[in-house]
Design a protein around this ligand. Structure first.
Ligand code: F6P
Length: 323
C-alpha cells in the first residue's frame, strides 16, 4: 500500500495532533504518500483531502485539538454519504485510511471497512469508553485538567466551609469522574455505572461535616442519571440540613482543550507508528490500542459492538478513602 490518508473524527482529544504527526512520519519513513482529510468523515464526503509531508506536521505535537479539524458527521451515517466518501477515496487513489477517534468514529470506520475499504483505527477519546484499549488518547490530559480544577475547588471550598459539586465530562462512562475523584481525594463521586440518590449524597455531605471536614467535594459524571444540576437543586432545597453551603461548577469543554501531556504524546506516537506498521503488513479492519501496556489490535467489529466495563472495585476504593 502506498497512498494512505488519515483523519480525526468526533470530539477532539489532546494528542490527536501528535497522532497525525506520528502516522504521517511513520508513513514517510516507509516511502508511502501521505494525505490528510479535513473535518473527519464530513470532509471525506466533501472530498477535502490534502497532501501531507513530514514538514507539514512539524510544530504541532504540543498543541491540543486537531489541525485537520474534526466533526460528528450525520451524513456519514447514511449509505449515500458513505458511498460518496468511498468514491472520493477511490478518486484520490487512497489505498488505506487511518481513523483517529472514539466510539462513533470507529463504528464509522467499521462501516467503511464493510464496504471493502482498508481501514485502521487509533483509539482516541477523553471518555476512555472504547472497547479495545485500556487507555485512549486524550484521557491523561483531560484527567489532569479535571484534577487541577478539583484541587483548586477544594482550596476555596475549605476556606468557606462549602460543599462543591463538580461535573466532569465522559458521556455515559464514569471513568473520568471516578479517576479524578480518587486522584483529587473527593468526598463522593456520582457515576452512571452506580445508582446514587440525592438523599444519599445529602446524607454523605452531612456526615462529612459531622466528621469535622471543612469541605465536601462531590464529583459528578455528566452521564450520571442524577446529574449535577438536579443534584445541586436538591441540595439547595435541603441546605439547612447539610452543614455546608453549596456551589456547583461544570467543567465542560475546558477538559478537551488542553496541552497534551507527555503521556498522551508518547501514546500518540506509539499508536500512530503501530497503525502504519499494521497497514504495511497488510492488516486492516482493526483498532490499534493499548492492552496491559502493550500495543494490541482488536477487530473493529468488536469495537463497534462491545462495551468497555468500568472497574467498580475502584469505586469501592474511592468510598473507603473518602472517610
Ligand atoms: O466524547 C467526548 C465528549 O467530550 C464527551 O465527554 C461529551 O459528552 C461530548 O464529547 C460533548 O460533545 P460536543 O463537543 O459535541 O458537545
Amino acid at each position: 500500500m502506498n497512498r494512505i490518508a488519515v483523519l480525526t473524527s468526533g470530539g477532539d482529544a489532546p494528542g490527536m495532533n501528535a497522532a497525525i504527526r506520528a502516522v504521517v512520519r511513520a508513513g514517510c519513513d516507509k516511502e508511502m504518500k501521505m494525505f490528510g482529510v479535513r473535518e473527519g468523515f464530513q470532509g471525506l464526503i466533501a472530498g477535502d483531502v490534502i497532501r501531507l509531508r513530514a514538514r507539514d506536521v512539524g510544530g504541532i505535537i504540543q498543541h491540543g485539538g486537531t489541525f485537520l479539524g474534526s466533526a460528528r458527521s450525520e451524513d456519514f451515517r447514511s449509505p449515500e454519504g458513505r458511498a460518496k466518501a468511498l468514491r472520493n477515496l477511490r478518486e484520490y487513489k487512497i489505498e488505506a485510511l487511518v481513523v483517529i477517534g472514539g466510539n462513533g468514529s470507529q463504528t464509522g470506520a467499521f462501516e467503511l471497512g464493510k464496504m471493502g475499504f482498508p481501514v485502521v483505527g487509533i483509539a482516541s477519546t477523553i471518555d476512555n469508553d472504547l472497547y479495545g484499549s485500556d487507555i485512549t488518547l486524550g484521557v491523561d490530559t483531560a484527567l489532569n485538567i479535571a484534577l487541577e480544577a478539583i484541587d483548586r475547588l477544594k482550596v476555596t471550598a475549605s476556606s468557606h466551609h462549602r460543599a462543591i459539586l463538580v461535573e466532569v465530562m465522559g458521556r455515559k462512562c464514569g471513568y473520568l469522574a471516578l479517576m479524578s475523584a480518587i486522584a483529587g481525594g473527593a468526598e463522593n463521586v456520582v457515576i452512571p455505572e452506580v445508582e446514587s440518590s440525592a438523599e444519599g449524597i445529602a446524607n454523605d455531605i452531612l456526615d462529612a461535616y459531622r466528621r469535622g471536614k471543612n469541605h465536601a467535594l462531590v464529583v459528578v459524571a455528566e452521564g450520571a442519571t442524577l446529574n449535577a444540576t438536579e443534584l445541586s437543586k436538591y441540595l439547595e432545597q435541603h441546605k439547612d440540613l447539610l452543614g455546608f453551603s453549596i456551589r456547583t461548577t461544570i467543567l465542560g469543554h475546558v477538559q478537551r482543550g488542553g496541552v497534551p501531556s507527555a503521556s498522551d504524546r508518547i501514546l500518540a506516537a506509539r499508536l500512530g507508528v503501530a497503525a502504519i506498521e499494521a497497514i504495511a503488513q497488510g492488516r486492516q479492519g482493526v483498532l490499534i490500542g493499548i492492552g496491559k501496556g502493550e500495543i494490541i489490535e482488536t477487530p473493529l467489529e468488536h469495537v463497534a459492538s462491545r462495551k468497555k466495563e468500568l472497574d467498580l472495585g475502584l469505586f469501592q476504593m474511592s468510598r473507603i478513602l473518602a472517610t
